[in-house]
Ligand binder design. Structure first.
Ligand code: SF4
Length: 345
């Protein structure tokens, strides 16, 4: 049985690890943050790679490991150097000021801005400028078995990504089979999407097709509806335009979520406190189930797993009296790894 459990989940984790080790593919002075299963309401990507300015990434750490959502970003990016009444300092957010006040209190609780009262006015002052840390976003779809039917399903999703151009590059990662990726499959995918062929055991990859850089600073086109393609359907596709500012805001919100989550958050939804749970391979720290003798999927490894057995209480008292048992220790190990890729925290 493969270390990766022959599942899409295992492939996805291997892809994240490979990216973390090898990205950027061409020489560039950038730091990389990798996350899983993120995107917008309409489109979620399997793997997200943030290419970051190294110094900017370090400065981002001052704001803590948790993400800053759109409302907090509005305050932090506009907070002035000197004490100022918040309504004079911030551009009108497009929604009632009372929501802004709530976000100001939240920002203050998280110690990412300073506030004070001047009579009954709230004044704010920034602690640090919010850095320009995000350079590029790369989105990767994982399709270990990229056959004709998978390419047919994936084609429209990638066309959506290309038209919207929210990510700078989109890729499909597929499992290397020893054969070349079938050229016929390329025709079903937009030429702008790259294809990566990933060899799991040695954790190595080849670029089968190079992607094109997408125009992220230009307005995007959202494909709302497309004709079915049948002879009787002569309707035109329907589009909506998304302006550049909205795209820039969405990109930063995605990046903030990726920064918070990373890709090692898988243990948060699994059962590392199960007796059978392990992290295997010194290099990759992938989850492994001794009962199933393979990598479990996130859905299997839950409280409803019939083979779940809680770690015995004695494990918690022998050597781990305060931190809890091995389950807690594994989570800490993953957390430590996650932090290693977010310098300055
Ligand atoms: S037995 Fe079930 S709960 Fe325990 S590690 Fe395996 S999959 Fe997870």
């Amino acid at each position: 049985m493969s270390l990766h459990g022959n599942s899409e989940f295992g492939f996805e984790l291997a892809c994240c690890r490979w990216v973390e080790r090898e990205w950027p593919l061409e020489e560039a002075d950038c730091s990389v943050v990798v996350a899983r299963q993120l995107g917008t309401k309409r489109r979620r990507w399997d793997t997200i790679v943030l290419e970051c300015d190294p110094e900017g990434l370090r400065q981002r750490a001052r704001f803590g490991p948790e993400r800053l959502d759109g409302d907090l970003l509005h305050i932090i990016r506009n907070a002035p150097e000197e004490w100022t009444y918040y309504r004079d300092a911030l551009p009108h957010p497009g929604y009632p000021w009372r929501y802004v006040r709530e976000s100001i209190h939240e920002a203050d609780d998280r110690s990412v801005i300073e506030t004070r009262r001047n009579g009954n006015r709230i004044e704010i002052r920034r602690k640090w400028p919010y850095p320009d840390w995000l350079e590029r976003i790369v989105a990767i779809e994982n399709k270990p078995d990229l056959d004709a039917s998978a390419a047919r399903t994936l084609g429209p999703q990638l066309e959506y990504d290309v038209a919207m151009a929210l990510a700078d590059e989109v890729w499909v990662a597929t499992e290397a089979t020893g054969d070349r990726v079938e050229p016929a499959l390329f025709e079903r995918l937009p030429v702008e999407a790259g294809i990566l062929s990933l060899e799991l055991e040695g954790l190595d990859a080849d670029v089968a097709w190079h992607p094109r850089t997408l125009p992220v600073a230009a307005p995007g086109t959202r494909i709302v509806e497309r004709p079915s393609g049948s002879a009787r359907d002569a309707s035109a596709a329907r589009f909506e335009y998304v302006d550049s500012q909205e795209k820039a805001d969405r990109r930063l919100e995605i990046a903030e979520r990726a920064y918070e989550r990373g890709w090692r958050s898988f243990a948060e939804t699994m059962r590392p406190d199960c007796k059978a749970y392990e992290l295997r391979s010194h290099d990759q720290f992938l989850p492994y189930c001794r009962a199933k003798d393979r990598l479990p999927t996130a859905a299997e490894c839950s409280g409803s797993c019939p083979s779940y057995e809680p770690e015995p209480p004695t494990w918690r008292t022998r050597g781990w009296p305060i931190e809890g048992g091995p389950g807690k220790r594994l989570q800490k190990l993953l957390e430590k790894r996650r932090r290693r890729y977010r310098p300055g925290l």
